[in-house]
Structure formats: structure tokens, C-alpha cells
Design a protein around this ligand. Structure first.
Ligand code: V47
Length: 382
């Protein structure tokens, strides 16, 4: 048995791709990977070796534990001023197929679907030109009154910036009002790809990459945790993806406020980029692995089963992912864009998927505390 670059017996890490050898040494030494390392990982034909390295990091952090949660998505409106080419969900005011939930409707929808007690409401929606900030504050406050035990993960950085501007408040002022209403953390959407060249093509009217990152810093400074996504598989290249992850890593060094990195596979159907092909399983696994290796200061990498399919999400648990998200119940954003997965999945099914991948399911709340269930109630270990 010879020594491999990781210092482990060679039968555990073998690759003919010499470009990976110095990277493996860094991973073994828990040293930070550079932009050039990231590019080498993307360009390596040996996806199993890349996955092996990512799995090493994943198991170092979490062993076999795989996180999931019992959550429900709520999308209060699909009316949106942004007209992003990447999106099949948002519609212009007055277009056919638009909807905006009355508050009572949104509160009622929160309790529909599975009977299992949810621990999280995940709330995101369009940038509505007329709905006042108070609508969103009342929405959250009404949910808190009706479901006081449920964590509210609401409003992406894009929505936070938009709502603050419309209410003529600074972002920190708007965040204080959101927190008082009951917002407990923020989801990671709207990040897309930070590079201007790409953003101009896929989401021209959204805040730019720098603004997204600055808003995230303000969210963390306000005491809220958040996630960070990256939309891949459209017009970006490998350099753009690495640039995106390096920028997230820098903010995380500063604030420590990100919980989870979530690569989102682009679904082209019904979008203005409908001519593009879907991502391949190869790219999906490689992206999870490169994300795990580049983002050394993120505790979690999520493989969102709705985006990559439950089968690929299982495989990703050997490629660096330690979280597969949740029951969701109702999903509109990717299903408008042609996602063929179910809109929701029961808790027992999520657990089965994880067990069959040889991992140990761990029900978490939004902040990764353990959830213990009895009948239809739950307790959270803090
Ligand atoms: O920002 C929109 C993406 C995001 C498409 O924080 C699309 O836990 C693929 O951010 N094809 C919203 N993706 C969803 C999101 C999210 C999801 C799950 C968990 C969390 C979390 C956050 O969906 C948008 C955009 O990047 N998106 N359209 C599309 N056609």
C-alpha cells in the first residue's frame, strides 16, 4: 500500500489526473482551495476522484448524518416587476395566470397539505409593484400568531432590498420591522450568478451581485441567519461559478451568517432561455462536489431533491451533500419551469431515501437543531 496525496492508503484515493494531486494534499491538510484549484476540479475527467475528495470533507464534518426538514413553501404572489429570463414563475401585473393571495388565503394555505407538523414556512414570491410592505409584515405576523412554534424563513436578499426601497426604509430598518413581525431567517434565493455579464442576460432587473452580497451582510448583522444559492447550467462558465463561490466564501469569513450552500440546477422550460438544454447528472454531482470543496467555511451543502430528482439527491450524499431539504408540500417556481419531480414528499419517504443511500437521517429545524417527534407534535433541542 503506498501513500496517496491525502496521506491515506492509496487504495482509498487514486486518480490518474495529476492536476488533482496538489488539491488532494490541500484537502487533506484542510487548506483553502484557490480559484485555479476550483477550475481544475471542474475540468477533471475523474468525477469519482472529485466526489471522493468532497465526500472526505462531508464525512469529516458530519459523518453519515444527513439533514432534512419538515417544511412548507408559501409563494404569496407571482406578480413580479423583474421579468428575469431565467424564471417561469413571475408574471407581469395584468397578465393571464397571475395570482396574489389574500392574507386569509395565505394563512389558510399554511395549514393545508400533509398533516405532519411543519417546523418551517419558506416564503418567497414575486416583486409585486403595488403590494405594500405592511402586507408582507401582516402575512408573517399572522402566521406567527396562528403557528407560534413554526420558524419563518422568509424573503430573499432581492425581496428584502426591493421591499425596503418601496417602503422608503434603509435595509437595516426594514429588517428590524421584518424581525419584529416574526421573520426568523432568510432563504438563499436570488443570488443566481454574481458576474455582471451573466446577470445582464439572465436577470437584468434584479439587484446586482454586489448588492446581493451587501444585503446578506446586513441580514447577518441584524442577527438573522441565511442561506446562499447559485443557479447553474445556463449561460455561465466555470470561472463565473468559481467567482460566485469565492465571493460567498469571503462574506462568510466576515459574518459567519450563512448556514447552507444550495446549488440550483437551471430548468429552462417555459423561460426565455427555453432553448438551453437541462443540466446533466454529471454536472449536478460535480457542482455539489466543487461547492463542498470550495466553501470550506460553510457548514452545510444542500442537494435540493426537487431540482436534481430524488434519485440524484441520493447519489449526491456521496458527493459532498449533507442535506436534501424538506417536505416542501407545494412548489411553484421550478414546476412552472418544467420540473418533473413531485411537489412534495412525506417525511418517511425522505428518511427512506437517506437510509437507502447508506446514510443516517436527522430531522433538523431551520437552524439545524434536532427535532424529536411524538404523534403530530415536535420538540426542538436547542
Ligand atoms: O432565486 C428560478 C431559482 C430560486 C428557476 O434557502 C430557478 O433553503 C431553476 O432560492 N430553474 C428560488 N431555478 C428558490 C430558492 C431556494 C430553494 C430551496 C431552498 C432554499 C433555501 C432556497 O429558484 C431563485 C432562482 O435561483 N429559479 N427559476 C428555473 N427556471
Amino acid at each position: 500500500m503506498t501513500e496517496s496525496p491525502t496521506g491515506k492508503p492509496r487504495h482509498e484515493f487514486q486518480t490518474d489526473d495529476r492536476a488533482l494531486w496538489p488539491i488532494a494534499e490541500k484537502v487533506a491538510a484542510q487548506a483553502r482551495l484557490s480559484t485555479a484549484d476550483g477550475i481544475a476540479l471542474y475540468r477533471s475527467p475523474d468525477i469519482l476522484a472529485v466526489g471522493w475528495l468532497a465526500n472526505l470533507v462531508r464525512e469529516r464534518l458530519h459523518g453519515d448524518v444527513t439533514f432534512f426538514n419538515v417544511n412548507r413553501h408559501i409563494n404569496p404572489t407571482n406578480v413580479c416587476v423583474a421579468s428575469c429570463r431565467l424564471c417561469a414563475f413571475g408574471k407581469k401585473k395584468g397578465d393571464a395566470g397571475t395570482y396574489t393571495m389574500a392574507l386569509e388565503e395565505a394563512w389558510a394555505s399554511a395549514s393545508t397539505g400533509y398533516s405532519e407538523a411543519v417546523t418551517e414556512f419558506h416564503i418567497v414570491g414575486g416583486l409585486h409593484p403595488d403590494l405594500p410592505f405592511e402586507y408582507f409584515l401582516d402575512l408573517v405576523a399572522g402566521l406567527k400568531v396562528r403557528f407560534p412554534q413554526v420558524h419563518i424563513k422568509a424573503f430573499t436578499m432581492v425581496e428584502v432590498a426591493f421591499l425596503a426601497k418601496r417602503a422608503k426604509l434603509s435595509i437595516p430598518e426594514a429588517l428590524e420591522k421584518m424581525k419584529s413581525a416574526g421573520v426568523d431567517s432568510c432563504p438563499g434565493g436570488g443570488a443566481e450568478i454574481f458576474a455582471d455579464r451573466v446577470r445582464h442576460i439572465i436577470c437584468d432587473h434584479k439587484i446586482d451581485g454586489g448588492e446581493w452580497l451587501e444585503t446578506a451582510k446586513m441580514v447577518h448583522k441584524a442577527g438573522l441567519r441565511s442561506n446562499a444559492t447559485m443557479l447553474y447550467g445556463h449561460v455561465e462558465n466555470e470561472e463565473d461559478r468559481i467567482d460566485h463561490m469565492v465571493k460567498l466564501r469571503a462574506v462568510q469569513d466576515e459574518t459567519g451568517g450563512f448556514q447552507t450552500f444550495i446549488p440550483l440546477a437551471f430548468h429552462p422550460q417555459n423561460t426565455m432561455l427555453g432553448h438551453l438544454p437541462k443540466t446533466s447528472g454529471f454536472d449536478d454531482m460535480r457542482q455539489i462536489a466543487v461547492g463542498r470543496l470550495m466553501l470550506d467555511n460553510f457548514a452545510h451543502v444542500k442537494s435540493y431533491w426537487q431540482m436534481v430528482t430524488p434519485k440524484m439527491a441520493q447519489i449526491s450524499l456521496r458527493f459532498g451533500a449533507d442535506d436534501i431539504d424538506g417536505t416542501v408540500v407545494e412548489e411553484k417556481i421550478y414546476h412552472e419551469a418544467g420540473a418533473t419531480t413531485e411537489q412534495g414528499m412525506r417525511r418517511a419517504e425522505l428518511e427512506r431515501l437517506i437510509r437507502e443511500a447508506g446514510r443516517v437521517p436527522f430531522e433538523r429545524d431551520t437552524l439545524y437543531h434536532a427535532v424529536t417527534r411524538s404523534e403530530d407534535s415536535f420538540t426542538i433541542a436547542v
